[in-house]
Unconditional design. Structure first.
Length: 154
């Protein structure tokens, strides 16, 4: 599948869009897990301030990459349509984040997200991210779904 088809398939499963979409490819998936990939852009705007002269990918964006992969899994396991209303995946808890390696511009992350437990409409997930074969981030989180009304006043 080419990059454009990959992007379209990912956008069907999550509400995120550029410039805040941090999954480039669905590598594989099973009944209770998903594996995704993201190549950090060389020219990402956050590198101008994080950190000038020594750019590194912010940990919060590494975490967001994991959460978006988890949203793809949650969309499949929990569904995104409900009684005529669109549902979106939402994170309700992040815990035990452990950052093991700095991620530089242009590096590629490979992440496997696994279902640990399902409690009603919530999924407890765990993500393991590798970069060049080295452990980069371990994090656990909970995802559920919420109604999204595109016509609601903000």
């Amino acid at each position: 599948m080419n990059a454009q088809d990959q992007r379209a398939a990912i956008e069907e499963r999550v509400p995120h869009r550029d410039p805040f979409l941090f999954v480039d490819e669905l590598i594989d998936e099973g009944p209770d897990w998903i594996a995704v990939r993201w190549t950090v852009p060389l020219d990402a705007p956050w590198f101008a301030g994080h950190y000038p002269g020594r750019p590194i990918t912010p940990g919060v964006l590494l975490t967001e990459h994991c959460l978006q992969g988890g949203a793809m899994l949650a969309g499949r396991l929990l569904g995104t349509e409900g009684e005529g209303e669109q549902l979106v995946p939402l994170v309700t808890r992040i815990q035990d984040a452990r950052f093991r390696r700095i991620v530089l511009p242009g590096e590629t992350l490979e992440t496997r997200i696994e279902l640990l437990e399902r409690v009603g409409p919530a999924l407890r997930l765990s993500a393991r991210t590798l970069c060049d074969g080295a452990r980069t981030l371990l994090v656990s989180f909970v995802v559920t779904t919420a109604k999204m009304d595109p016509d609601a006043d903000r």
